[in-house]
Design a protein around this ligand. Structure first.
Ligand SMILES: [Fe+2]
Ligand SMILES: [Fe+2]
Length: 440
């Protein structure tokens, strides 16, 4: 694509009138907003499909940053006439991103998003800079320059993962559909898609995985139990004032790391709610990124305290049960039950950790608590909106109560189905954590 070809096209003619130029640039911002918003909605489907933990974290971070781009574009766009009302994504973009989601493997999915769609978005931002007036449109230019730096960094951050994926026909398949649009800003000549182009998005509905992917890590149903020979977290030990604070610290880091289950199941809600207000997805993206940071608290600290992460089984029950529920049910369980219900235990844990004079542990837990309070606020704000999107008319309180009961029922069928990958002798258990804690 080239900006010179654009300047000789219809955009150059419209740029001769001042108002028309504003409208033209606002309409480009509208396109960019829709791309970022649809990226957020769909790239999240990769999160539970990839097995690499660091890659999950990175996708959450990119999702959050992209949501930020979308919001800034919307705010700036609304200052200009021509941005348009509403926040809907046009069908042509939706179709393209729906197609990207249909990749057969997580590797293809990653390649489609990061070798085709993200570079095209970066190109679109560069095009915007080339087209706009540096002084007249300085406020937008300033934003777009920052987004370009972000997009370049996203590319660099993803490069080590992409290097492992051979180039394949899936990228060509997506690139063909994008080329037919004339690029994201319609800057290139539009082409006709060949007649036998096979839209997978037309042929197959998308389905979330029944069980999220954790790559090479050992897995289990739950890391919580009352048996110190079974799981790393022993519920009664967490509550017992006699438990050594060093052991509580190890158990709470395991608990935090396992918030990765929240990452995986929250990631399913975006795709399922295509027409909700963008601010809902913005808060979900923040929520998702928060959970990935909480999980990293454990993931980064446990090895420093002597834990072999290869022996720590990942708990998959919550994902496996929640994915059987509707999106409002999933979100209700997360915010109104798990998060709202976690404060008393976490408060006691924080009190105990303070005995250790471990400033970093105190800080991590304090930020976790602060974030969790926000998550419950998000729940109060957005659960009614997600319920509305699914035609759920019961009062929120009744709905949450019924959802709890349904969760219990589904847990009987879909819970406890994931056997331990490791024998008790190999896996990290409460007893082993206790021994380890005595050496820290
Ligand atoms: Fe969390
Ligand atoms: Fe949370």
């Amino acid at each position: 694509m080239s900006s010179t070809s654009l300047r000789t096209g219809s955009r150059a003619r419209s740029a001769t009138g001042r108002m028309a130029a504003v409208q033209e640039m606002a309409s480009l911002q509208r396109l960019l907003f829709e791309i970022e918003r649809e990226f957020v909605r769909t790239v999240t489907t990769l999160i539970y499909r990839v097995g690499d933990i660091e890659l999950k974290y990175l996708l959450c971070q990119h999702c959050w940053e992209s949501a930020g781009h979308a919001r800034f574009l919307r705010e700036r766009g609304r200052e200009l006439s021509g941005f348009g009302k509403g926040e809907a994504v046009r069908d042509s973009f939706r179709m393209l991103f729906e197609e990207a989601v249909r990749a057969e493997s997580p590797e293809d999915g990653l390649a489609g998003f990061y070798r085709v769609l993200k570079p095209a978005l970066l190109e679109a931002y560069r095009e915007y800079i080339a087209l706009t007036h540096h002084l007249a449109d300085w406020p937008s230019r300033h934003l777009v320059e920052e987004f370009i730096a972000d997009e370049e960094r996203h590319g660099a951050e993803m490069a080590p993962y992409l290097e492992k994926i051979p180039r394949g026909s899936w990228e060509e398949h997506l690139a063909e559909a994008l080329a037919a649009l004339g690029g994201f800003l319609e800057q290139d000549p539009k082409g006709d898609l060949r007649d036998d182009y096979e839209w997978k998005a037309r042929a197959t509905p998308y389905q979330h995985l029944a069980v999220c992917n954790r790559g090479d890590y050992p897995v289990c149903s739950s890391v919580f139990s009352e048996d110190p020979e079974e799981t790393p977290i022993v519920r009664s030990w967490l509550e017992d004032p006699e438990t050594d604070a060093r052991l509580i610290r190890l158990m709470v880091y395991v608990w935090l790391m396992m918030e990765l289950d929240a990452v995986d199941y929250l990631a399913t809600v975006f795709y399922d709610t295509p027409d909700v207000p963008f601010d809902l997805h913005f808060d979900l993206a923040r929520h998702l990124w928060d959970e990935s940071r909480h999980s990293q608290f454990g993931y980064r600290q446990l090895p420093r305290l002597g834990v072999d992460l290869g022996a720590l089984e990942h708990s998959l029950d919550l994902y496996a049960i929640l994915v059987q529920m509707t999106p409002p049910e999933r979100y209700a369980m997360m915010t109104m039950e798990f998060e709202a219900g976690s404060f008393p235990t976490k408060a006691r844990v924080m009190d105990r950790i303070r005995e250790l004079n471990d400033f970093e542990a105190d800080t991590l837990l304090a930020f976790d608590r602060n974030d969790e309070q926000n998550h419950v606020r998000y729940g109060h704000r957005w659960l009614p909106e997600i319920m509305k999107a699914f035609g759920e008319e019961r009062p929120v309180g009744n709905f949450v109560e019924a959802t709890r009961a349904r969760f219990e029922e589904l847990a009987k069928i879909h819970g406890g189905q994931i056997p331990h990958s490791l024998e008790p002798a190999q896996r990290l258990t409460g007893s082993k954590l206790r021994t380890l804690s005595e050496a820290t």
